[in-house]
Design a protein around this ligand. Sequence first.
Ligand code: HEC
Length: 225
Amino acid sequence: MSAETSDSKNPILSVIGNVFLFLVPLSLVVMLGIVGVAFIGGMKDKKVEDAPVAAAVPAAPAPTDGGKVAAASAVGAEVTSAPAPAGGAAAIDPEVIALGKASYAMCAACHGPDGSGIKVGPALMAPSLIGSKILLGDPDLSLLVTLKGIAKENMDYMGMMASLAAGLDDQKMAAVLTYTRNEWGNSAPPVTVEQAAAARAKFAEVNAPAGVKRGEIEAIVNAHK
Ligand code: HEC
């Protein structure tokens, strides 16, 4: 009743009121829309700037079990007797280093451009390669890991290293290991193309579709000498 009477009394005011009531929410919606689009656009730009590497990295799989595995102790035992580098770095062909450095792009997504492992908040994508006993020991150790990958047994690292056998031919495999064995302060004799080819052939029978277990690396290498 009261609405009817006010309408009939002030028809013009009523129309203006209705238009106003319609325009205010409409303009708010439009403004929110503009802000929203700008925000999403900004986020997209920012993402691209901030995370060029992370974008290429596969997501970490869910933990299969919580069991921590005594890591690398078995491997370390053998590695301490590895041959001394004896100025090996100076003798390495610069072309091999250049090929190794280029091939390392494949590893850098997890192990980082400086070899110390990409940080994801407080965690690491992958262990540091600086001073790694697996990397600097018997070439067969790192060849096995690169050819087969390492099984995901705990959540210490966000990344998961799958087999890289398909992405690296013998020449690149040898070069990338030679490069990493002699970069960032590391020093170890080069890994030869012959060693890489031999490892590919002899480890072909190793059945480890999800990667070799850390604790079994040394035993597998010894069983194929
Ligand atoms: C997708 C991520 C990823 C990529 C790519 C990758 N790795 Fe790894 N790598 C890992 C992770 C994770 C581990 C440790 C696995 C574990 O113990 O759970 C590891 C372990 C290793 C180890 C053993 C290190 C140690 O001492 O524990 C070596 C050596 C290694 N990687 C070399 C390489 C090389 C060489 C490449 C490139 C040809 C490469 N990785 C590419 C994730 C990666």
